[in-house]
Structures are given as C-alpha cells and as structure tokens.
Design a protein around this ligand. Structure first.
Ligand SMILES: Cc1cc2nc3c(=O)[nH]c(=O)nc-3n(C[C@H](O)[C@H](O)[C@H](O)COP(=O)(O)O)c2cc1C
Length: 169
C-alpha cells in the first residue's frame, strides 16, 4: 500500500482506473440532425424515483457543444463483443457511425444495435465539474438484453467473471 499526497495526473488516473466500470457510448443528435457518439465510462445511476442517470464529458471534447445544446442523449451500454465499437467512438472523427448498425430512438437519437442495455434519456440538468461537464438525464425508455457487459479497468477491456455470494466461482 502506497500513500501519496503530492500526486501527479498520471498517478491520479492510475488510481481512478482501479475502479472498474462498464463501457457506454453516449449518443445524441445535433440541431442539424447529425448523429454524434462518444465512448464514456463515467456513466452512473443517480436516482430511481425519478429515474435519473449521469455521465460527464471533458470540456475539450470535439463533440461537447452538441451535448450542451441537445435535449436528449442515449446511454448505450456495450456488450463484451463490442470493443471495436468502444474504440471507434473513443476517437474524434466524422465517420464514427460508418458500418455501425443503429436505429433511431426517441427524438431521433441513434440507438446502437447489439448492446447489453440501452437507456434513452431527456437531459434535465448540466453541472460544472472542473474540466468536465456533468449531464443528468431522466430515463424515458429502456431496452435490455441478456448479453454480457464489456468492462474497463486499469486501462484495459475485460469480460465479467461472475462469483457466488460466498466469493467463490
Ligand atoms: C473506456 C473509455 C472511457 C471513456 N470515458 C470518457 C468519459 O466518461 N468522458 C469523456 O469525456 N471522455 C471519455 N473517453 C474519451 C472519449 O471517448 C474520447 O475523448 C472521444 O474522442 C470523444 O469524442 P469527440 O472527440 O468526438 O468528442 C473515454 C474513452 C475510453 C476508451
């Protein structure tokens, strides 16, 4: 165990990376109808009644102005066979949706095929969070499947390994 008070950005990232998460692609649509999507593991649940979730986005992201303006976003929770989808949406670019199968959900926001689960949200609040913006959405429609989720931790993609309640496999 190491204790550090004077940590740098890399050390902080490494420690944050010890918290393993699922992987989502948050999609939305610009005012001119252009679809956008970004890979995000900052997604978390906030409230059950009302049903609220959040994710946060770096202010420097190319697509940030779209998410600021948009009334809606969709949380596409990726399945374990969608590493390529995660990688595609983790890079800036115009052609992110090329050869990605989608349908249009509420408000015309893209819903990615083959996900583990999907939450279609209406944006209800935006908060400042240092160099990120925190977007809170009210869930209006959900899609679920029995696909296994893709996980991310320590900078790597992973598969889930279920354990019994006693901690054994
Ligand atoms: C596993 C993973 C999780 C990520 N999580 C976030 C996140 O929560 N928020 C964020 O702003 N960027 C996150 N990123 C980085 C963005 O996906 C990346 O900066 C992307 O290029 C943003 O798209 P844009 O430049 O088109 O806006 C993550 C990347 C990966 C690979």
């Amino acid at each position: 165990m190491t204790t550090t008070k004077d940590f740098d950005g890399r050390e902080l990232r490494n420690v944050l990376g010890r918290f393993y998460t699922g992987v989502t692609v948050v999609t939305s649509v610009a005012r001119d109808g252009t679809a956008c999507g970004v890979t995000a593991n900052s997604f978390t649940s906030v409230s059950l009644e009302p049903p609220l979730v959040l994710w946060n986005q770096a202010l420097t992201s190319q697509s940030h102005p779209v998410y600021c303006e948009a009334d809606r976003f969709v949380i596409n929770i990726l399945a374990e066979d969608q590493v390529d989808v995660s990688q595609r949406f983790a890079r800036p670019g115009e052609d992110k949706f090329n050869s990605i199968a989608t349908s249009r959900g509420l408000g015309g926001v893209p819903v990615i095929d083959g996900c583990c689960a999907v939450l279609e949200c209406r944006k209800v609040a935006t908060h400042e969070g240092g160099d990120h913006a925190i977007f809170i959405g009210q869930v209006e429609h959900i899609i679920s499947s029995d696909r296994s989720p893709l996980l991310f931790g320590d900078g790597k993609y992973m598969k889930a390994l279920p354990l019994e309640p006693n901690g054994q496999r």
